[in-house]
Ligand binder design. Sequence first.
Ligand code: UT7
Length: 324
Amino acid sequence: MGTVILGTGSCLPEKRLSNHDLEKLVETSDEWILSRTGISTRRISGKGEEAFQLGTTAARKAMAMANVSVDEIDLIIVATMSSHMTMPSCACFIQKELGADNAFAYDVNAACSGFLFALDSGDKFLRVEQNKKILVIGTETLSSRTDWKDRNTCILFGDGAGAVVLEYKEEERGVVASNLFSDGTLWNLLYMHAASSSNPELEQPDNPGVHILMEGREVFKYAVKAMEAAINDLLIRENIEMDSIDLMIPHQANIRILKKLVSRLGINQEKVFINVQKYGNTSAASIPIALDEANREGRLKRGDLLLVCSFGGGFTWGASLLRW
Ligand code: UT7
């Protein structure tokens, strides 16, 4: 018995921004970006491609694959940190677009780990409310939270959305277990201010605007160690050997982080799904986009063991195991 993924969907903006395009914006080169990050191009939203709009399209595709109608959806959880409004939530906008009148909806912000955290919340919800169906969506327009003059960050991020439909089934598959963590003491290694405060007492004079700021090297070091420990702990706890994993879908942040993680874990590289070269780091959207691509490419068969892991601002990180 478990929380099963009935369908997956994703949506990427039309516009591609290549490394050569970035050479015209900041002092950088295709060679530097490719060798340091593995990223060649990323998608950037245009008009009509806000986070809720990308998320809505991804959700429709996931529901079509799942053969689930919008009236059957009881809950919509959206992982994002780049919705066009702080309130209402992105989830409420998606609910409105879908016409999901029977669903309640809310957002989760766990930065790049948002989808994993939202998936865990969805799993826990369904274990209690067993006859319901829910949407879990990761959607981001980080292009609207990027300082396009900062070469340290503007080369990294992209826009996109991915979604899954979940249902609790009396079958020996679904979410097996999750191992999630946060450490707020390390917030200042990767962060983004809110808009300036209208209360002078709370105004932060050093607020540079709503942009992602990062100590790249520190993030790199923590990311590898933290994901490695979360995965190894989870496998020990569940008594599962690394060789039993059929597919690993990590958060797509940077090819060097992924290569280092893969070599430390000792997992066969061919079992690791990577698409960071096409989309850059899409934060909370990266895992569900990759999951949808892997699924549609036929990389997942019934009974396969899937490992997903992530790391992001907070810090937040973790790993989950799913039986497909
Ligand atoms: O979900 C988690 C999100 N965050 C991440 O995944 C980021 C993790 N960190 C990283 O991926 C890497 O730290 C980066 C790709 C961000 C940077 O690579 P690095 O090898 O750690 O480079 P660095 O920051 O140590 O910078 C090395 C040099 C510096 O020049 P100097 O001081 O040595 O003269 C930078 O100014 O590279 C320079 N540099 C660039 N040069 C060309 C920084 N950004 C660029 C750029 N183009 N875009």
